[in-house]
Every structure is written in C-alpha cells, then in structure tokens.
Design a protein around this ligand. Structure first.
Ligand SMILES: [Zn+2]
Length: 188
C-alpha cells in the first residue's frame, strides 16, 4: 500500500484540521483522502470516533473548507462569508460532545457512540468559533510561503510568525533563500 501523507498538527485544533489540506496555493496535498484517514486523524487529536463513512468525510471536508475560508477572511481583516458562517454554526449546533476533566486537569472529549462524527466535528467547529471570535490571544495571518498561504493563528509573543509551520514552510523558504544566495552547488 502506498504511504499516505502525514498529518500536520499544531496547537490550535481548528487549524490542525484545515492543515489536512496543505499546499493550497500550489499543488494541494490531501492528508485525509479516505474515510479511514479521517478516522485516524480524529484519533490522533483525541476525538476517537471509530470508523467513518464516505458521507462523514464529505461533511468533514465541508466544515474544513468553511473554517479555511473564515480563517482566511480573519487574516485579511474581512467579514466571514455567510456560507462559511452557516456551515460552521450548523456543525457547532449538531455536536453533543461533553468536555470531561481528568485528575491531571486535562480536558478530554466524550463522544456518544451513535453520533461520534457529528460530535467530533462539533468540537472542531466550536474551537474555530472560539479562536475566530477572539477568545484566545493571538493574531490571524497567512503563511508567507507562496504555495501554501494557509491561514494560521499566531500566538507567539511578538506576533510576527510568518509561516504556518516552521518545520515545513519555514524551512523550505530558508533553503530556497540559501540556494538563491549561494547557488545550487552549495546545497550539497
Ligand atoms: Zn505554510
């Protein structure tokens, strides 16, 4: 079986979710191409749903793209498009996950077996609402990589982060600059 693309996870659930499609402004890489990969992703972020269907996947992608549009609007300081607002709010209303506290003061999510995917998408939609509405301190920005342009939420102290992720977009950009300055032969 061909190796499937890895997940890109960050500290913000909503943008970890939008990062399941990367290189959006170049040659896009779909990181949840199958219902099984969606189920895997849910598991990795602590929203274990069990098996997902094709329909679950298309609803997940609908929510993901709505969050992406909303986050891009936030980075551009524009109002969120109506359609994106409707999709995010519908998913938020449908989910019935319960937050649960552990003795180590961690938050877990309890999903109901019958509606696990709705519940998981509801948690993500609510996270998007929290971050987009300014509940957490930070700044929305677009990744400086021309093939990425992902909207990300910058919580750095200086609020001057330029890339959605230092390990991927940031490093690639640095390498490109190095090559431009020193010539391709210096890359050996
Ligand atoms: Zn990026």
């Amino acid at each position: 079986m061909a190796r499937l693309p890895d997940f890109r996870l960050g500290s913000v659930l909503a943008t970890s979710f939008t990062a399941t499609l990367t290189e959006r402004a170049g040659e896009p890489v779909e990181r949840i191409p199958t219902p099984q990969r969606l189920a895997d992703w849910f598991g990795v972020v602590g929203l274990t749903t069990g098996p997902c269907t094709d329909e679950d996947l298309s609803r997940a992608v609908e929510l993901r793209e709505a969050i992406h549009r909303a986050a891009t609007a936030a980075a551009d300081d524009e109002p969120v498009p109506q359609h994106a607002v409707r999709v995010i709010n519908a998913h938020s209303a449908r989910g019935r996950a319960a937050a649960a506290l552990t003795p180590h003061r961690e938050r877990r999510w309890r999903l109901s077996r019958e509606t696990a995917v709705d519940d998981a998408l509801g948690v993500i939609a609510q996270d998007a609402i929290a971050v987009l509405s300014g509940e957490r301190a930070g700044r929305w920005a677009l990744c400086a990589s021309p093939t990425c342009r992902a909207a990300f939420f910058d919580t750095s102290r200086s609020r001057t982060r330029r890339w959605c992720e230092m390990n991927t977009c940031g490093n690639r950009e640095k390498k490109a600059r190095f090559t431009a300055a020193h010539g391709a032969s210096a890359q050996q």
